[in-house]
Design a protein around this ligand. Structure first.
Ligand SMILES: *[C@@H]1O[C@H](CO)[C@@H](O)[C@H](O)[C@H]1NC(C)=O
Ligand SMILES: *[C@@H]1O[C@H](CO)[C@@H](O)[C@H](O)[C@H]1NC(C)=O
Ligand SMILES: *[C@@H]1O[C@H](CO)[C@@H](O)[C@H](O)[C@H]1NC(C)=O
Ligand SMILES: *[C@@H]1O[C@H](CO)[C@@H](O)[C@H](O)[C@H]1NC(C)=O
Ligand SMILES: *[C@@H]1O[C@H](CO)[C@@H](O)[C@H](O)[C@H]1NC(C)=O
Ligand SMILES: *[C@@H]1O[C@H](CO)[C@@H](O)[C@H](O)[C@H]1NC(C)=O
Length: 717
């Protein structure tokens, strides 16, 4: 039944009021499209329900308070966010993951530029197209919202049990016509629904008839079997389009006419005279459906968007949470003029390193390291802190030459087996080995392990919220690694400030650079023995350092009570935002929340205190100083040209030994993948990290929350 009203097409509705544009990121992030597309296609290939999940997430986000990425915000202690509203079972983890992965990759390419809302809009279109649906243009420039409330969800999403009247009213209130409503519902061609959304149709249709007589009987039978136990198994779901569930096509409308509509609200569309003509049209003419769907999606993508100053480009969620932490009072701030002696003038030009060292010989270098780093950090959130530590350790001991990656052998104890080695993370070793393996397949024998470690460190710092800085390349790997060279070449947590200043001075770092580098403790953690003296043996009369915030000291005492036997026990250096790279470390120092004696001394001594004051109040100044100090550190003692090698595998070590027992060692060597940065497989134990209970019960939960936030959301979307 073709109807004239259909020809009233809606292409005349202008989007021009909107401030979005197609080439919004053209200058600022030219790889935006490519990165989102690659991420989406990888994820879709691995997990075919991603398209449906992401489409659902997008619709949910846009209908509740506009397309502003607010559905991606996690709940916290005081606020239940959109994604935790009761209807949330329909939100697939896969959709969240696509956005988080793309955001992570984008933050490395063009930090702070692309909003989560734009990523979600673009990824949804890509996925729709990928599974057979239409291509429509996605305008960009959305900003992310800062508010996400579960209470805003109810009433802002259509429900499966609504009547057509209610649905029409619902969509009309948001500016959508009936035709647009029917077209958008066609998204169910790839969706699925949980049993509770349609069990009334199967088991409680009416008092006399348990099952809706208009459902195809065989279909009803199958659904009853699937959903027989839905109250005990609420995750059970059925495809909305039972015939071609993975394909974006017009089968959904054809199904409705055959009694194969799943939800009551689907089926009603084929019955109501206001919506039936559109169902008829779309079921026979897929091109019409695609046209209408494209239009409706573009329109939905503009729903109550935030642009300009109405929103932000979200970098992490912690902003929403920080408000709820308990802060001990800050001591008086004291700004000093010496801070303006900035060091940006120091030239790094003596070094022979260059930004585009691998441009010709290994053009995929950056993207391979980026992808490896992204997967590793997502799988194991302590990677960032561990890698930063490894990098620091490597550079301080005999220069940035990846000598830290060399294993010990029979005749030599290597750097990594010095007694301070508990602070070295297996994740970081694993990361470098993985990147090296991938690079050896792409451009064998070209890229040094030390360049990989340097770039991976920068990427991870940026990924968890820290500054982006330039990484010059061309380091060669060292061939010598001796545990005996470690002592005296790393700062210790019990050093006096004089010793620290002297130590950094001999390595060529100023006082200010030393304070900035210490800021890396914003994501690190330390084993109990590094600070046990502060809590148990401060001096003869006073067991605990009186400068330490009492509840904090108490919490630390509890977790470290048996640190001598449980040597893996550790605490975050930044107890407030342990997973986020920010200036909280310096704020903590002023509140007695510094962990190590060498942290606390920075705020006590008049020589370093001004820098602590500056960085605690001005994160921009800290980021600038940190970025500079890291660039400088990454040039420390580098080997270039013939002074080093591009390490392949370290067979040059240990070959001499020919005694008994070596057979075992040799065979271990053989099973190690060739061309990695390691000789022997790493069998480091994973760390156990504990967040101390700060005493007051109101404190416990937010701190746990901090951990959950930082570690599940990982500072991105
Ligand atoms: C849904 O929200 C509840 C809290 O209301 C939460 O415990 C649960 O994990 C959420 N489910 C999903 C799938 O996100
Ligand atoms: C529709 O379903 C929701 C949630 O399942 C329920 O709260 C509401 O009462 C239902 N409405 C009707 C009219 O059945
Ligand atoms: C429902 O649960 C019962 C008991 O757990 C089990 O025996 C039965 O097979 C289940 N039915 C379906 C359809 O999964
Ligand atoms: C640290 O080095 C020692 C050898 O000095 C080694 O036995 C131990 O396994 C290393 N610890 C870790 C955590 O790797
Ligand atoms: C500092 O700690 C190291 C290792 O724990 C120890 O060998 C050294 O004696 C300590 N120095 C001081 C001054 O306490
Ligand atoms: C121990 O430290 C406290 C606090 O700093 C101080 O008052 C006390 O005099 C010290 N005692 C000794 C024996 O040094």
């Amino acid at each position: 039944m073709a109807i004239a009203i259909l020809l009233l097409l809606f292409f005349s509705i202008p989007f021009s009021e909107s401030k979005l544009t197609k080439d919004y990121y053209k200058q600022t992030c030219p790889d935006f499209q490519k990165i989102v597309r690659d991420t989406a296609s990888q994820k879709q290939a691995a997990q075919p329900t991603t398209a449906a999940g992401t489409l659902r997430l997008f619709v949910h986000d846009c209908l509740v308070e506009g397309c502003d990425g607010s559905v991606l915000i996690a709940s916290n202690h005081l606020n239940k966010a959109e994604r935790d509203a009761e209807i949330n079972e329909s939100l697939a983890g896969d959709g969240f993951e696509v956005v988080v992965r793309a955001k992570t990759a984008l933050e490395l390419t063009c930090p702070g530029i692309v909003s989560c809302a734009d990523i979600l809009a673009e990824a949804t279109r890509d996925l729709v197209t990928m599974v057979g649906g239409p291509f429509y243009s996605v305008r960009l420039g959305r900003k992310d919202g800062q508010v996400s409330l579960a209470s805003k969800v109810e009433g802002n999403l259509p429900r499966a049990n609504q009547t057509v009247d209610e649905l029409i009213k619902f969509f009309a209130a948001r500016g959508f016509t009936i035709e647009e409503m029917v077209a958008l519902t066609g998204g169910h061609t790839i969706g699925f629904s949980h049993c509770k959304e349609f069990t009334d149709r199967l088991f409680h249709y009416s008092k006399t008839t348990p099952t809706d007589p208009e459902i195809n009987p065989k279909y009803a039978e199958a659904l009853k079997m699937t959903c027989g136990n839905y109250t005990t198994n609420p995750a059970m779901a059925a495809f909305n389009d039972v015939i071609t569930p993975g394909k974006f096509d017009n089968m959904y409308y054809q199904n409705l006419k055959r009694g194969l509509g799943l939800l009551a609200s689907d089926h009603a569309l084929a019955k109501d005279p206001r919506t039936k003509p559109f169902v008829e049209l779309y079921s026979t003419d897929q091109a019409e459906f695609f046209k209408a769907f494209s239009h409706a999606m573009e329109k939905l993508g503009h729903h109550e968007i935030k642009t300009g100053h109405q929103g932000e480009v979200r970098r992490s969620f912690t902003r929403l949470i920080e408000l709820f932490y308990y802060y001990p009072p800050m001591s008086q701030s004291m700004a000093l003029p010496i801070l303006f002696l900035l060091f940006l003038a120091i030239p790094l030009s003596e070094s022979k390193l260059s930004i585009d060292y691998y441009k010709k010989t290994c053009p995929d270098f950056e993207s391979i390291v980026r992808d490896t780093v992204t997967s590793k950090q997502i799988a194991s959130p302590t990677t960032a802190a561990g890698t930063l530590r490894l990098f620091f350790h490597d550079c301080m001991v005999e220069g940035c030459d990846a000598s830290i990656l060399i294993s010990s052998n029979y005749v030599n104890t290597a750097e990594r087996d010095a007694d301070i080695n508990q602070s070295l993370s297996a994740d970081a070793f694993d990361l470098v080995a993985r990147a090296k393996t991938a690079l050896e397949l792409s451009c064998p024998g070209i890229v040094s392990c030390s360049d990989i470690l340097t770039l991976a460190t920068r990427n991870l710092v940026t990924m968890v919220g820290g500054p982006f800085y330039k990484v010059r390349l061309g380091r060669k790997d060292g061939q010598v690694s001796k545990a005996s060279l470690v002592e005296g070449n790393l700062p210790r947590s019990n050093q006096t400030l004089d010793d620290m200043i002297k130590f950094f001075g001999t390595k060529g770092f100023t006082l200010q650079e030393m304070v900035a580098l210490s800021g890396a403790h914003t994501i690190g953690f330390a084993h109990c023995k590094e600070f046990a003296d502060r809590i148990f043996n401060y001096n003869k009369t006073t067991p605990t350092d009186p400068d330490m915030y009492p509840n904090y000291a108490q919490g630390l005492k509890k977790i470290c009570a048996d640190y001598k036997t449980n040597i893996a026990m550790s605490a975050f250096n930044d107890v407030i935002t342990p997973g986020k790279f920010d200036n909280m470390y310096y704020q903590n120092l002023k509140r007695g929340l510094g962990l190590l004696a060498s942290d606390h001394v920075l705020v006590k001594d008049p020589r370093t205190r001004p820098f602590v004051e500056l960085y605690s109040t001005d994160q921009g100044a800290f980021f600038k100083a940190f970025a500079h100090a890291m660039e400088k550190l990454s040039h420390h003692g580098v080997k270039t040209g013939r002074k080093g090698e591009v390490r392949h595998s370290r067979t040059s070590f240990g070959r001499k030994s020919a005694w008994s027992g070596i057979a075992f060692r040799e065979s271990r060597k053989e099973i190690t993948p060739p061309n990695t940065c390691e000789i022997f497989p790493i069998n480091y134990k994973p760390w156990s990290i504990f967040v101390p209970d700060l005493g007051a019960s109101s404190l416990r939960t937010p701190l746990m929350e901090a951990e959950r936030e930082a570690y599940t959301v990982r500072g991105t979307c």
